[in-house]
Design a protein around this ligand. Structure first.
Ligand code: NAD
Ligand code: MG
Length: 395
């Protein structure tokens, strides 16, 4: 029996993870469930799962949840804030990092530092602090398993021991597949006027709003390229992005003898979640079997970096190294928020990110304080760019 802390329990990853965990009461017991501000949703999850701890973002929300749980006679202990998140992340055998954005960095690092089995969905945490994050994994002996479907696929296609550079293991290329998002076939003019709801209507995956917008701009694939470099000791030029609209092949690894190994399945996050929970064993995920006759064909295209510059920007950030990926991520988070709030257009997102990357200095990313300072600075700069864009648009 293993205890599990689920960070971001009310989100899309959280919901899929709970679905898998519920199928295996003999293997997993919930230690903690966390959410930012969805008190009602977290209450309902606590009533069902009765974890030992629940964590919310504010004191007020925590008090509300605590009172409601008391009314129901449930003894779950409620706390709030980043420190509380870090505590519950350090306590369980398995930690599922399902918080979205930079907010997940400290709790995910806390799980790593405590040497837990860390199931990583929160790619932003790794993008921001890659070198430091992987150093902490090595130091603490944490078992880091990717939940991102592409990285989970690659993990399944690599030899069990794959550290020390791809060359050493006869791997020539990692092929990250991308659905291309909802605007794969839009021309530039059409892209300029798409709405947040259109951007969030992903053709193959149902996900939170931030990652849905990232999928539509291809920034998600850019963040994933950076994520893959850290997870698999790869250089950016060892990673190719292949647009594959059916999302049946989740990614591939190419070997020096000409073999290309692919992991396939229906697009359902419960597969990578079940894989990482049970690894190296296999457990039921509740996912329906892949029907290749229904899929019928698999298409592959090259990504268009002219229409989707975010992928190019992410590659450039990784090549620049240091704090540049953290800067890219921070500027993107602010730009995506502004797009979702209706303050800027879809095609302004890469403009904001590229402008901030051009204005900010690159620092070494060995220390957390430096990374966090650059993250804050990039957010301020991104907001300035957004304000300037809004002023220009109003004139
Ligand atoms: P989501 O928006 O559906 O859920 C986010 C969760 O994080 C919620 O539980 C929310 O309460 C919590 N949260 C948000 N802001 C917070 C804050 N400031 N402090 C603490 N908690 C906070 O997002 P999602 O789609 O589940 O994605 C979560 C992460 O997983 C992202 O990093 C995303 O890139 C990654 N991911 C998601 C999918 C997917 O299918 N949804 C696939 C691959 C990777
Ligand atoms: Mg992915």
């Amino acid at each position: 029996m293993q205890t599990v802390t689920l960070l971001g329990a009310t989100g899309s990853i959280g919901t899929s993870a709970l679905d898998v965990i519920e199928r295996h009461p003999d293997r997993y017991r919930l230690h903690a469930l966390t959410a930012h501000s969805s008190v009602e949703k977290l209450l309902s999850l606590c009533l069902t799962h009765q974890p030992e701890h629940a964590v919310l973002g504010s004191e007020e929300d925590a008090a509300q949840l605590e009172a409601a749980l008391k009314d129901h006679g449930i003894s779950t202990r409620v706390s709030w804030g980043e420190q509380a998140l870090c505590e519950v992340a350090g306590q369980a055998d398995v930690v599922i990092a399902g918080i979205v954005g930079a907010a997940g960095l400290m709790p995910t690092l806390a799980a790593v530092r405590a040497g837990r089995r860390v199931l990583l969905a929160n790619k932003e945490a790794l993008v921001m602090s890659g070198a430091l994050f992987m150093r902490e994994v090595a130091r603490s002996g944490a078992v880091l398993l990717p939940l991102d479907s592409e990285h989970n696929a690659i993990f399944q296609c690599l030899p069990r021991e794959h550290r020390g550079g791809l060359d050493r293991h006869g791997i020539t290329q990692l092929l990250l597949t991308a659905s291309g998002g909802p605007f794969r076939d839009h021309d530039r003019e059409a892209l300029a006027t798409v709405t947040p709801d259109q951007a969030c209507a992903h053709p193959n995956w149902s996900m939170g709003r931030k990652i849905s917008v990232d999928s539509a701009t291809l920034m998600n694939k850019g963040l994933e390229l950076i994520e893959a470099c850290w997870l698999f000791d790869a250089t950016p030029d060892q990673i190719d992005v292949v647009v594959h609209p059916q999302s049946v092949i989740h990614s591939m690894a190419a070997y020096s003898d000409g073999s290309v190994l692919a992991q396939m399945g229906n697009p359902d996050m419960r597969t990578p979640i079940a894989h990482a929970l049970a690894w190296p064993e296999r457990i039921d995920a509740g996912v329906r079997p892949l029907d290749l006759f229904a899929v019928a064909r698999l298409d592959f295209q090259t990504p268009d970096l002219e229409r989707f510059p975010c992928l190019r920007l992410a590659r450039e950030a990784m090549m620049a190294g240091g704090t540049m990926p953290a800067v890219l991520n921070a500027a993107n988070e602010i730009a995506v928020d502004a797009f979702l709030a209706g303050s800027i257009g879809f095609t302004d997102i890469p403009v904001v990110v590229e402008t901030v990357m051009g204005r900010i200095e690159r620092h070494n990313a060995d220390e957390l304080d430096v990374i966090l300072a650059q993250d804050r600075l990039a957010r301020h700069m991104a907001q300035d760019v957004i304000d300037a864009l809004a002023t220009t648009a109003a004139e």
